[in-house]
Design a protein around this ligand. Structure first.
Ligand code: FES
Length: 157
């Protein structure tokens, strides 16, 4: 399946090109645009960017696989990332993870069969004062409790 930026993202990409002295510097924001558009970085999208940025496929692949925030396979509509670093861990992040696993019937790293949710654990998201917390797509959910998690998941269905 071929990949191509939608017109809005193509426009953003062109804007990024004007900001940097070298095309290569646009790779990270361009990958982010790809992920926003289709939810993950497919091999076809890497080929597409390789042509646009005059880079090798290998260079792009190395970049994509280096950064954990780039999805290497399709994931669910709602990407749940539970912080598992020390502050959140001390305030019950393991219970948060267990509750979500049970509720959605998936393990960490899995996607629900209806493709609505994907569960990950991640390192500190910089919101330690509101631990335990998680990020779902671009939003933070903080000071989590069992009731709050139930409500959040229910509203996202
Ligand atoms: S330890 Fe969880 S946000 Fe920092």
């Amino acid at each position: 399946m071929n990949f191509e930026f939608i017109p809005e993202n193509k426009r953003k990409f062109e804007e990024y090109l004007k900001r940097y002295p070298q095309k290569k510097a646009v790779l990270l924001p361009a990958l982010w645009l790809v992920q926003e558009q289709q939810g993950w970085i497919s091999p076809e999208s890497m080929e597409y960017l390789a042509k646009l940025l005059d880079l090798s496929h290998a260079y792009i692949y190395e970049t994509v696989t280096f950064y954990t925030m780039y999805n290497k396979k399709p994931i669910g509509k709602h990407h749940i990332q539970v912080c598992n670093s020390v502050c959140c861990w001390l305030r019950g992040s393991q219970e948060t993870v267990e509750q979500i696993k049970k509720k959605l019937n998936i393990e960490v790293g899995e996607t629900t069969t209806d493709k609505r949710f994907h569960l990950s654990t991640v390192e500190c998201l910089g919101s330690c004062g509101t631990a335990p917390m998680m990020q779902i797509n671009n939003d933070y959910y903080e000071d989590l409790t069992e009731a709050k998690i139930d409500k959040i998941l229910k509203e996202l269905k």
